[in-house]
Design a protein around this ligand. Structure first.
Ligand code: ADP
Ligand code: ZN
Ligand code: ZN
Length: 841
């Protein structure tokens, strides 16, 4: 059990009650001033680390409150720490003179009390040390660590160098080759073999010294600003013509300009401006510049008159006070975003802030533009692609508590907004809200729910294709309210969806990856000057095996999931495995259903599709939109803008395309082979397939021209395909729930996944076996499945195995400590825990 951690967390939680009312109002010093503080040190070890509290003394002039971020001496280093609790007496077992002092307060008031409780809840539920959760929530670099560095001392007698041992000589060479004669010890160790031996030699001779450089937490960026302070016309003898010219430039700019800009615009030097300051015409001041996301403002828009369904949804949301979760289930293009915007407006007006979570950055530009158009500068964007400085500034800005709307991805659920009045998760079904590695393996929806509870505010989960969890809670479980927008606005029809049977295409001699029907539509795109999207459902290496003649898919007889093909090496026997229970069989030479010899491993990539397009339709202009082409910072925005502006006829890409794109010109949506989604080899495959296909189909016909969707597949009769074609999401989910119940999958159980990986297959397998044995012997309330290889067994040379635990619904997740389990594994095998896993790859 992770009992030590639990105990600490209890104590940390109970301290909360005693904390100040709000971190933004510092308590006035009481008569008996506490002179000691217990802190949590950012002590960098694996998660087995004991989360001990350490006591430090406070010097007279230092004001510290719980939740402040401090810098403290720890061993030989200077580390970041968080103040947990103030003491008015030192601990009895520690002589006061041995207690070290807090060095400085890096940042005050970082943790509002409810925020602190949230972090504790995350740590407990996801079985992660609190410090690790804190580190993830904070902007990077804030909890700095001091660095050991080596530098040359003043005098080194050249002649004596020959007596040095070889590593010492090499160290000396490296150091003298640098301008400053100063390097980090880490760097030197990488440059020189046996560097430790060399260093000892050099230290003994006192030719170098070793020192600790204190951490450098991010600092606010400051810039010089020049402000005009005298507004009279200068007497001719008072200023030179050049000086007068500078004042005119300054005046034209509104009287206040950044020094750098003024220098450029007035073609002058800073000396001249300083003279003007001496003459008291201007002042030069340092001002803080926030490095927050700056974007051109889109045109202002105003609230739209709502449709009856939108009105009903909005009234339901506004009709309740305090914490309550809502599912806003609106088909694609039904106007969910307009409901969000109108739900936000009054809350913002009351002086509260709003948190909006979205799945992916690719989607944010369009959405943020719509929010900016409505709310102007009150919008902040917060996500992990910001630079460290930008993140730090956005944090500090949020802490000031001005009412605002923060839009961000998964990690923004930890944005430290005080006075939170509403949380919205758009596309709440999206699996990118779940972190599968590293710990804590949190789901932003779960964390958002806790947060809304702590803040006592509403939570809106919006989607055209709600997750099973939310479907269940707003249906059978009745813990949230389901609101529906069943029609597109302005009576736009949903596009018709045609299913193309690829088995028949093969039979009729078409070996291309495009059916004849899809080819016809692609050809017409160019003629009609319309735009299309080609979607390639592919996730990593797809590995299931199916029959190209009858569409039969080989499945595990025990787990109701498809079997995976694992490529190990050239010429290996072709075995198929279940990566839940490890059932395996040889790949048959003929289809067990129809005896056809055409059994096929699945997988078609974007590249192959674009090549084929170039061959068949050289006149179509194509943009590839996948993880390869969208790697750079603004690539998403740039590619989409180019497409929206009509620079291409066709957007070809993977999963990323499915997320909320609203491009009016798109009439055609083609799915190259849906089968990659249907047989993912895990229990969520069906749910995810319907979600993705419905979402991608919803990209067609959002403008004035009607759309057409073509889904190609070898399994046209699959339940998921049928549900998508008939727009029968609710029916599908109800059937799916029954299947989940029959096989005890979530929400009728809770899952915990142990992931093992390492370069040596035997070591990984042995570790997994040992851990499974211990888990079996404990006989908790769980069932142990596996060990079995992960769906993609080998990733960048590492072999991956896993064990799945199934708990009864609502059961307490009690597990042996990770530290204990890790001690059963070879040091070269890594073991990670995933609570409520969604990704079994
Ligand atoms: P969803 O988020 O459900 O996919 P959107 O909010 O993007 O739907 O709405 C689709 C389109 O309809 C958008 O262009 C939006 O501006 C427009 N729209 C939404 N609500 C209304 C309304 N009440 N009246 C007119 N147009 C609307
Ligand atoms: Zn067959
Ligand atoms: Zn199985």
């Amino acid at each position: 059990m992770i009992s030590k951690l639990d105990r600490l967390q209890t104590s940390v939680t109970s301290f909360r009650v005693a904390a100040s009312k709000s971190p933004f109002y510092r308590e006035s010093p009481s008569p008996a001033k506490p002179r000691w503080v217990e802190v949590l040190v950012d002590y960098d070890r694996q998660e087995v680390e004991d989360q001990k509290l350490y006591t430090y003394a406070l010097s007279q002039n230092l004001q510290v409150q719980p939740g402040d971020i401090l810098s403290v001496p720890f061993g030989r280093q200077q580390l970041g720490a968080i103040a947990i609790r103030l003491l008015s007496e030192p601990p009895a077992d520690l002589p006061p003179e041995r207690i070290k002092s807090v060095q400085e307060v890096i940042s005050a008031g970082f943790f509002p009390p409810s925020y602190w409780q949230l972090l504790n809840q995350v740590a407990t539920y996801y079985h992660t040390p609190l410090m690790r959760v804190i580190r993830m929530a904070l902007p990077p670099g804030l909890l700095g660590k001091s660095q050991r560095r080596i530098r040359l001392t003043n005098s080194i007698p050249t002649a004596a160098q020959v007596f040095l041992n070889p590593p010492a000589q090499q160290l000396l060479n490296v150091l003298t080759s640098s301008k400053t004669g100063d390097y980090s010890w880490r760097y030197l160790k990488k440059q020189v073999r046996q560097a430790q031996r060399g260093l000892q030699d050099l230290l003994k001779r006192q030719w170098v010294e070793s020192y600790l450089e204190p951490p450098k937490p991010p600092r606010p960026k400051r810039q010089q600003v020049v402000t005009l302070v005298k507004f009279t016309v200068p007497e001719p003898e008072e200023l030179t013509p050049r000086q007068q010219e500078i004042l005119r430039v300054l005046g034209r700019q509104g009287g206040e300009v950044l020094m750098t800009e003024l220098l450029q615009q007035a073609q002058t030097s800073s000396g001249l401006i300083k003279t003007l300051e001496q003459k008291q015409w201007v002042v030069i001041e340092e001002q803080e510049q926030l490095r927050t996301d700056r974007h051109p403002m889109p045109d202002r828009d105003t609230p739209k008159p709502l449709t009856p369904a939108q009105t009903e949804a909005l009234q339901a949301i506004q009709g309740r006070s305090g914490y309550h979760p809502f599912l806003l289930h609106g088909i694609t293009g039904s106007g969910k975003t307009e409901v969000y915007l109108q739900a936000i407006a009054p809350i913002l007006e009351q002086g509260q802030s709003i948190l909006v979570l979205v799945p992916e950055i690719g989607l944010t530009p369009q959405l943020t533009d719509r929010f900016r158009a409505r709310f102007g500068a009150k919008i902040r964007v917060y996500h992990s692609a910001l630079s460290d400085g930008e993140r730090y500034d956005t944090w500090r800005q949020m802490l000031q508590g001005t009412p605002q709307i923060v839009i961000g991805t998964r990690s923004a659920v930890f944005a430290p907004l005080p006075h939170l009045g509403l949380i919205i998760l758009d596309e709440e079904h999206d699996t990118s809200f779940k972190q599968s590695q590293p710990a804590p393996t949190y789901h932003a929806r779960q964390v958002a729910q806790w947060r809304a509870q702590l803040e006592n505010c509403p939570l809106i989960l919006g989607s055209a294709t709600p997750s099973m969890e939310t479907w269940f809670s707003s249906g059978l479980e009745k813990t949230s309210t389901r609101l529906s927008l069943p029609e597109r606005v302005e009576n736009r029809p949903l596009p018709p969806i045609a299913i193309v049977d690829l088995r028949r295409e093969l039979k009729q001699g078409n070996r291309s990856i495009f059916s004849r029907s899809l080819q016809d539509h692609l050809r017409r795109l160019g003629d009609l000057q319309q735009q299309g999207i080609l979607f390639i459902p592919r996730r990593g290496h797809s590995t299931f095996v199916s029959c190209r003649s009858c569409g039969h898919v080989l499945e595990c007889p025990h787990c109701d999931v498809s079997l995976s093909y694992h490529y190990t090496h050239e010429g290996a026997t072709e075995r198929l495995r279940c990566h839940y229970c490890n059932f395996s069989q040889l790949q048959p030479s003929h289809c067990p259903e129809c005896q056809s010899p055409y059994l096929k491993h699945f997988g078609t990539g974007t590249q192959r599709v674009t090549q084929e397009l170039a061959k068949l339709f050289p006149e179509l202009r194509v943009i590839r939109f996948d993880s390869d082409t969208t790697r750079t910072k603004n690539a998403h925005r740039t590619l989409l803008t180019r497409f929206v502006q009509g620079e291409a006829d066709l957007l070809v890409g993977t999963q990323m395309l499915t997320k909320g794109l609203d491009i009016p010109g798109v009439t055609l949506v083609g799915v190259v082979a849906a089968d990659g989604l249907l047989h993912q080899g895990d229990y969520r495959a069906g749910e995810e397939a319907v979600q993705i296909l419905t979402q991608v189909a919803g990209r067609a016909g959002r403008g004035d021209d009607p759309g057409q969707v073509i889904i190609q597949t070898y399994s046209p009769d699959h339940r998921a395909i049928q549900a998508v074609q008939q727009n029968a999401y609710a029916t599908f989910m109800e059937q799916e729930l029954q299947e989940r119940e029959a096989y005890h999958y979530p929400p009728y159980s809770s899952l915990v996944l142990f992931r093992f990986s390492g370069l040596d297959l035997m070591e990984v397998q042995t570790a997994a076996d040992r851990v499974a044995e211990v888990l079996e012997s404990r006989a908790g309330s769980y069932q142990v499945l596996g060990p079995a290889p992960a769906r993609v067994m080998r990733v960048s040379d590492a072999y991956r195995w896993q064990i799945l635990l199934k708990f009864p619904p609502g059961a307490e997740i009690d597990l042996p400590s990770l530290g204990e389990l890790r001690s059963l594994c070879s040091a070269r095998v890594s073991l990670h825990l995933d609570i409520d896993p969604l990704n079994f790859g």
